[in-house]
Design a protein around this ligand. Sequence first.
Ligand code: AMP
Ligand code: GLY
Length: 423
Amino acid sequence: MKLLVIGGGGREHAVVKALKKNKSVEKIWCLPGNGGIARDAECFPVKATDLDGIVAFARERRPDFAVVTPDDPLCLGLVDRLEAIGIPCFGPRADAAVIEGSKVFSKRLMQKYGIPTAEARCFSDPPSALSYLKTCEYPTVIKADGLALGKGAVIVNTFAEAQTVIDDMMVKKVFGESGNTVLIEEFLTGPEVSVLSFTDGKTIVPMVSSMDHKRARDHDEGLNTGGMGTVAPNPYYTPEIAKVCMETIFLPTVRAMNEEGRTFRGCLYFGLMLTPKGPKVIEYNCRFGDPETQVVLPLLESDLLTVMRACREGTLNEEAVKFSSGAACCVVLASDGYPQKYQTGYEITLPETQNGEEIYVAGARLAEGKLLTSGGRVLGAVGTADTLEEAVERAYALAGRIRFENAYMRRDIGKRALKALHS
Ligand code: AMP
Ligand code: GLY
């Protein structure tokens, strides 16, 4: 089998490494990939948003199966384009990817089908948004409708803060067209859980749960980032809660998308908040999370390619998708200064990895045989073990053996989860 993987982050490195375990895989092309992925797949500098470039590449090389992981190409319809030239894909078509691409769409879907989520109202003009904001309780949450690099949700504590956000999103258009419409939603509280799932549009199989650490600094302080680390499983996500989520959220979402004529096939990601009134949906993503994937896939015992093909073929009910009962922790090594300004171009020295260790490279490029930092999040050091304690210890021990100038990591990944486990 020849495979094509689209994307170039740590998540894609984890996907490529998991796909490679299947003995029938003879070749993986990754567009654009990165300097670390290049050790495991053949990378070409075609951007994930260059749909024409990707389709031209696929026409020439004829992969047997393609895996599209980033949100942009999914929402732009890359799966539709690849399938139109006869290449089966893992990932939703554009009409289903809208579940992430438009927060207004997903909110209306949840409201229509009674899927628990924060109360919210949509506004397309600044004056009506502002007059509503004068009357609402604080804190409240303002979200840009469209994709905004994960920065489109802002918690505001006062009307004055809300005014600034409305001005940025709707008038100055800092997220472009994504801010044409905004959602103003109720502020919820409770632990957050990420649940990625495989679905073929009929059957839905949740993967092991995980916990992201989005803030840049220890103790959940500092700016929001793409994610500074993850652990799996998430100790807040008990079997009882999992059952409630399956009945009130997961299955109803799959059915709702079918009802709307937008059958979702691929990885459906549920960003949940376990509120005092039960689990509620904070967001849907139409793809694997980053860096959730880096802790979820190392715990997958089944063959990833087989499961992905079953999602495409509609035969997921015939697959036993198994996860290990152990735990995993991913510590992200970033360029100091991320998510704002940072320097790149430093050489990375990677250690040999042992059993229970994985390194997934995100922001690095190859230059004359050397691996150099090239992004904010440079790589993830992952430890897997029987227990979360050991997994966290392993991830930090591995992170400590990775060297590059200007490296920064949080020191408290997994701390909150361990505390929850022992309380
Ligand atoms: P989103 O872009 O929708 O995933 O939101 C980013 C982050 O903002 C989430 O991970 C939450 O921590 C927070 N957030 C989003 N919506 C709410 C809400 N309704 N109440 C409280 N926090 C929220
Ligand atoms: N880690 C959150 C996301 O991938 O959206």
